[in-house]
Ligand binder design. Structure first.
Ligand code: FCB
Length: 452
């Protein structure tokens, strides 16, 4: 057994998001978010589930921070619910909303845990959606104002920030596929939403740095290596295009001030995006670190029926070696996180990296003795962490790893059906139970490594 060891000072953490855990959807002056509206619309979420109560973290955060301590964690990534802070998405801050996050940050610091804050993990104030949402260019300015309020309130204690969580996912799934809030599906507003989000990121970055130039600011990009579904030229070309689209649509404008036109076999959709002169310079920013959210690799097939990209995820077809599937149907393939880390390291001159999410869904619950024996999750983390260590040995500057997630929570369109936690949550009683995988990760964090 080889010893898998991580660099001194490596951060061991977990990640969560406001809507997925907080509950208290109407408390202390919080405004409605697009996820409140979406979940309260019948037929949108599996089993009619909502985040109204979720893990009730809004009230139980001291218990949850104590559990992080039991897990020996040194970092915790969580997000701010924008409508808790600006109920209508504009104007002055709601003191009670700020106060909640302030108390959470203090609780973390007292426990020796570094708070890492995501500004936007998908819960846009509904009032801004009513004004056009992300397809409306004005939303960028609203977001920059919110970023400044957040930094002024918490920046003295929170030094690591993430602007967006998975810009690729919330734009496409919320604005084109329509199974996430706000449930939009039209082509042109979708492409426009991606441009507003890029603009918003540039404006927020500058607003935050002008408050405090020493803040460390990143974004959590979802990255996935793309492979051809079948061993054909057409599928190989499609996989390349999909790679530029999935991995490049936000990273390229952010770090290089360009949209990856190589994602399109025909004309790119730039004409419908509302790009104005100077935008690409405004979007380009020197992020202090790159957050990587990674779950699995993607097989891609040539899809002539698919507008713009002529490619779609699908497959693999006969003959491919594949790994087992999690309960979400995502393939377990430990090499893929290595590939994503090395892609960023190669393409962008070895930037500082934090793994901001990585994890798996398995439904294991308490057995007769009350223990949660989720050996498959432990195996998943062993494989992934072995790959992260290999990437570090090969020159990647990874300084932290956040497991998704601290505890089972509201998994968007899937409701409470998919469980990603290191801690099991009984949603009827709110009882938390540390799973076997959580105990294992606590040992890893304590030893800064494990026997692989
Ligand atoms: C990511 C999201 C996160 C969670 C995991 C499973 O795409 O960022 O909120 O739902 O997937």
């Amino acid at each position: 057994m080889a010893k898998i060891q991580f660099p001194d000072g490596f951060h061991w953490g977990t990640a969560t998001a406001s809507y997925q855990i907080e509950g208290a959807w109407q408390e202390d002056g919080k405004g409605e978010s697009i996820w409140d509206r979406f979940c309260h619309t019948s037929g949108k979420i599996k089993n009619g589930d909502t985040g109204d109560v979720a893990c009730d973290h809004y009230h139980r955060y001291p218990e949850d921070v104590a559990l992080m301590r039991e897990l020996n964690l040194s970092s915790y990534r969580f997000s701010l619910a924008w409508p808790r802070i600006q109920p209508q998405g504009r104007g002055s801050a709601n003191a009670k909303g700020i106060d909640f996050y302030s108390r959470l940050v203090d609780e973390l610091l007292d426990a020796g845990i570094r708070p890492m804050v995501t500004l936007y993990h998908w819960d846009l104030p509904q009032a801004l959606q009513d004004a056009g949402g992300w397809p409306n260019r004005d939303t960028a300015g609203r977001f920059a104002d919110f970023a400044e309020i957040a930094v002024r309130a918490l920046g003295d204690r929170v030094r690591q920030w993430l602007i967006f969580n998975e810009p690729k996912v919330f734009t496409v799934i919320g604005h084109r596929i329509g199974i996430h809030a706000p449930g939009m599906t039209e082509r042109d507003p979708y492409w426009r939403s991606t441009h507003t989000v890029n603009l918003a990121q540039g404006q927020a970055f500058r607003a935050m740095k002008s408050c405090d130039a020493e803040l460390e600011i990143g974004t959590a990009f979802n990255l996935s290596p793309c492979e051809a579904a079948a061993d054909t030229d057409a599928d190989r070309a499609a996989a390349q295009r999909w790679h530029h689209y999935v991995n490049g649509w936000f990273l390229e404008p952010t770090l290089r001030g360009r949209y990856p036109e190589e994602a399109f076999p025909d004309a790119p959709p730039f004409d419908v995006m509302g790009i104005e002169e100077g935008d690409l310079d405004a979007i380009r920013i020197p992020l202090d670190f790159i957050g990587i959210n990674h779950y699995t690799r993607t097989f891609v097939r040539h899809a002539p029926e698919m507008e713009d990209l002529r490619a779609l995820p699908g497959g693999p077809t006969a003959g491919q070696k594949v790994g087992p599937k999690t309960d979400f149907g995502w393939e377990v393939w430990p090499d893929s996180i290595y590939e994503s880390i090395m892609q960023v390291t190669r393409d962008y001159d070895a930037p500082l990296i934090e793994i901001t999410e990585n994890g798996c869904s398995y439904g294991d619950g308490p057995n007769d003795q009350g223990a949660v024996d989720d050996g498959r999750r432990e195996e998943f983390y062993k494989g992934a962490l072995t790959s992260v260590a290999r990437a570090i040995a090969d020159g990647a500057k990874v300084r932290g790893y956040h497991a998704w997630s601290l505890m089972d929570n509201f998994e968007w369109a899937e409701g409470y059906d998919q469980r990603f936690g290191l801690i099991h949550v009984d949603f009827a009683t709110q009882q938390r139970t540390l799973k076997r995988s959580g105990r294992w990760l606590a040992e890893v964090a304590a030893n800064n490594g494990f026997d692989g």
